[in-house]
Design a protein around this ligand. Structure first.
Ligand code: G3P
Length: 233
């Protein structure tokens, strides 16, 4: 499963790019607004850091406006994916952008039927919001299971991008179901890195090492040269 970070925050993005665990970025107008920066400059900084898909959302509500914005956003970088809302106008925009060779993501999906329509319109990604469904008293993960099944039944190539993830269990469940992508806030990805037993174990190893007064060799390591697989006579 691909891991995307749901943020426009440069230090957070850099942290996880450096760990080599990040496959892409999703943003939305709320996340962009939080950064308090000029939009295009911020996006250029994100694109410099992230080689994978960078999802940027349109803000028009009519399809013509979305198509125009979609072209402008796609012009910012070859890895931009244009997010359109799950509305009739959004689907029209997705259909046209798809025909124009621009990658799209249908956002704000809350039912398997909406996910089916997003795929039929030609979306590259469909984003069900599972946390917000959980908040409203539904079982958010069920829509992931149902959407994956529907896409599989009809050989639809749209990727299921699990959005509105609130905690690491959501990520495990999404991966077990075979979702294509999970996008999550930096706090959730940070929780996935950490485990209290890892910290306790590491402390114990280092305490024992220190107590024994041991030292690793310094400055004597020779650069490793790969040995040829076949030794020639
Ligand atoms: O970016 C879309 C989605 O992941 C937002 O999540 O936490 O605002 O429900 P949330």
């Amino acid at each position: 499963m691909k891991i995307f970070l749901d943020t426009a925050n440069i230090p957070s993005i850099k942290t996880f790019v450096d760990m080599g665990v990040l496959d892409g970025i999703t943003t939305n107008p709320t996340l962009i607004a939080k950064e308090n920066r000029e939009f295009t400059e911020l996006v250029h900084d994100i694109l410099k850091l992230v080689p994978g898909p960078v999802n940027l959302e349109v803000v028009s509500q009519d399809s013509e406006g979305m198509i125009r914005e979609g072209h402008d956003l796609a012009g910012l970088g070859p890895n931009v994916v244009v997010k359109c809302p799950m509305t009739g106008e959004g689907l029209k925009a997705v259909r046209k952008l798809h025909k124009d060779g621009i990658k799209t993501n249908v956002t704000l999906i809350f039912s398997p039927n909406q996910a089916l329509l997003a795929a039929k319109a030609g979306a590259d990604y469909a984003s069900p919001f599972i946390g917000r469904l959980d908040d409203a008293g539904h079982e958010g993960m069920k829509i992931i299971e149902e959407t994956l099944r529907i896409y599989q039944n009809y050989g639809l190539g749209t990727q299921v991008l699990v959005a509105s993830i609130r905690h690491p269990i959501h990520v495990v469940e999404a991966a077990k179901l075979g979702a294509h992508v999970a996008t999550m806030p930096p706090e959730v990805l940070d929780k996935m890195v950490k485990h209290p037993l890892t910290d306790i174990g590491l402390k114990r190893f280092l305490d024992d090492w220190e107590k024994a007064g041991l030292r690793l060799p310094e400055g004597r390591a020779s650069p490793m040269k790969p040995k040829p697989l076949i030794q020639r006579a």
